[in-house]
Design a protein around this ligand. Structure first.
Ligand code: UDP
Ligand code: MG
Length: 298
């Protein structure tokens, strides 16, 4: 019998977990020809998330969990879940039920029948916050232009893939992880499955506006080296400007000096961003620390 592992990162999701558990139980009930392993990764929750996961893991043998010593972030939680997954197929999704669980069955059928290796869910953003929508469109446009990758607009962190793909994902040891980028980089045959935007049923998003901008910036510089070339372009531009303005008595040079200084600091800032990321890469600190799990008991 084939096995599907479903990895779910959870950070303070106590309100939604009973609903998620019910929906996943229905999916499992409907797919009798495969067996399941559901891996909840508690990313240092401070509410009753872990307590609830432990409770259901006692009821159902297919429920496994890992609990981090503190909050390490969604990317680390997904990575940990993928490392522990033992299925022939692996799927990961958010806990918030913004991705329809009924697609799990469709994803599995596509993988089995269409000889593809990865099925990615794509969400139509109609109904989502307009500012987040615009920023997200902009992000993917800029990302695709200045990296060698081509991530489709609206790709979700909800996907199912073969064990081989999972092994490839796990072969990336980088500290600054952006898993959508890794998926695009590794190749393989991909299929897409679309659905309409669904509101979070319970609980709140874990990313404020500031968090999203930070995540976008860090994901961008982990795949694009373009910002490092910006100082070259600027130096040419300013050389031309200097030649044009040279000897022009009408110009207020104090403004020009201020402008040049701020541009110089911007370039130093860009270099600083890359150097700080490099420091983290060389230190090879663990991306997460597991405090507790139930893998040996199952
Ligand atoms: N998450 C996590 N660690 C974090 C932040 C989020 O494990 O530090 C999980 C969260 O519990 C959820 C998923 O990542 O299962 C996506 O989070 P959320 O729904 O808040 O993001 P959004 O859909 O608003 O982008
Ligand atoms: Mg969400």
């Amino acid at each position: 019998m084939e096995k599907i592992s479903i990895v779910i990162p959870c950070f303070n999701e106590e309100e939604i977990l009973p609903f998620l558990y019910k929906e996943l139980s229905d999916v499992i009930e409907n797919m009798k020809k495969v067996c399941f392993e559901i891996i909840f990764v508690d990313d240092g929750s401070t509410d009753k998330t872990l307590e609830y996961i432990k409770y259901i893991s006692k009821k159902d043998n297919y429920i496994k969990f890992l609990s981090f010593s503190r909050n390490f972030g969604q990317e680390s939680a997904i990575l940990a879940g993928l490392k522990f997954a033992t299925g022939d197929y692996v799927c990961y999704m958010d806990a918030d039920l913004q991705d329809p669980t009924c697609l799990i069955k469709d994803m599995y059928s596509i993988l089995k029948n269409n000889s593809c290796d990865i099925v990615i869910a794509k969400r139509n953003r109609k109904g989502e916050n307009i500012l987040i929508r615009i920023l997200s469109i902009l992000f993917y446009k800029i990302f695709n232009k200045f990296t060698e990758l081509e991530i489709e607009q609206n790709e979700r962190n909800f996907r199912m893939f073969s064990k081989k793909v999972n092994d490839s994902i796990l072969s990336f040891n980088e500290y600054n992880r952006y898993i959508k980028g890794i998926f695009n980089y590794i190749g393989f045959n991909k299929s897409y499955i679309e659905y309409d935007y669904i509101k979070r049923k319970k609980g709140k998003t874990k990313y404020g506006f500031k968090g999203l901008i930070k995540y976008a910036y860090s994901s961008f510089i982990s795949w694009s080296l373009f910002p490092l070339r910006v100082p070259y372009y600027l130096s040419i531009l300013f050389l031309i400007l200097t030649l044009i303005l040279f000897n022009n008595k009408m110009i207020n040079y104090s403004y020009i000096i201020c402008l040049f200084t701020s541009i110089e600091f911007l370039c130093i800032g860009i270099l600083g961003s890359y150097i700080s990321k490099m420091i983290l890469e060389t230190k090879k600190r663990p991306l997460y620390i597991v405090k507790e799990d139930n893998f040996d008991k199952k």
